[in-house]
Write a protein that binds this ligand. Structure first.
Ligand SMILES: C[S@@+](CC[C@H](N)C(=O)[O-])C[C@H]1O[C@@H](n2cnc3c(N)ncnc32)[C@H](O)[C@@H]1O
Length: 210
């Protein structure tokens, strides 16, 4: 495959998450119990249809929330993160197919899925618009996407602080904390059906249609 602009950033993101994979569950433990698990439940209650794609499955924290009768293909850039997801995938009733894959070039045909889900992924995808375009391509007509993502705040003081801190957070956590995710979703030609604030105006739940 020929090299494309952004390949270097993508390789860097993969290395960061391979490195973080050993500590990721421990790092997120408190937040997971305080808030994330309830949000995950809400996200997965919105999934429609049997053919589901989870992008950026990470260590598999969403797997216990998959609808039991679904067939979920769950992809991630990082083999290190995917290794942790394996145990959870082997112990759920849903049919789970784990694959190493980049959302910026999904190896699926057009119109393949009823629902696509991401949780805390688009902060680290180097070219988010390209990733959302790929999601639009693989969703069937009138397909649904549910994105739980942290975004750049509109609040005075907080907004400039997030912008200033983002270059410092990225090398440590792999995350850009200054992403304008709704703009990126719409730039990819997807329609935002609803946008709900889950924590301040920073953690948001987007329900999106093709
Ligand atoms: C912050 S973690 C979130 C993991 C999981 N979704 C969760 O909620 O715990 C971000 C994940 O997105 C993955 N990721 C980043 N860029 C990606 C890309 N271009 N394609 C696929 N996965 C990607 C990372 O490898 C990592 O596992």
């Amino acid at each position: 495959m020929h090299e494309r602009p952004g390949d270097h950033a993508t390789a860097q993101t993969r290395r960061r998450y391979d490195r973080l994979s050993r500590y990721y569950n421990v790092m997120e433990w408190a937040a997971e119990r305080r808030a994330f698990q309830a949000w995950r439940q809400r996200v997965w209650s919105l999934a429609e249809g049997r053919e589901i794609l989870e992008v950026g499955v990470g260590t598999g924290k969403n797997i216990p929330f998959y609808p039991q009768d679904a067939r979920v293909v769950a992809v991630d850039l990082s083999p290190g993160m995917l290794r942790h997801a394996r145990t959870l995938a082997d112990n759920t009733r849903a049919e789970v197919d784990l694959r190493e894959m980049d959302v910026q070039r999904l190896a699926f045909p057009d119109n393949a899925f009823d629902t696509v889900v991401t949780t805390f992924v688009f902060c680290s995808v180097p070219d988010p618009v390209k990733g959302f375009e790929e999601i639009r391509r693989v969703l069937r007509p009138a397909g649904k996407a549910v994105f739980l993502e942290h975004v750049l705040s509109d609040m005075p003081v907080v907004r400039p602080a997030m912008r200033a801190l983002s270059p410092l957070v990225r090398p440590m956590m792999g995350a850009n904390i200054d992403r304008r995710t709704r703009t990126n979703i719409e730039a990819a030609g997807l329609t935002v059906e609803s946008e709900t604030d889950l924590w301040l105006d920073i953690v948001k739940l987007f329900v999106v249609r093709t």
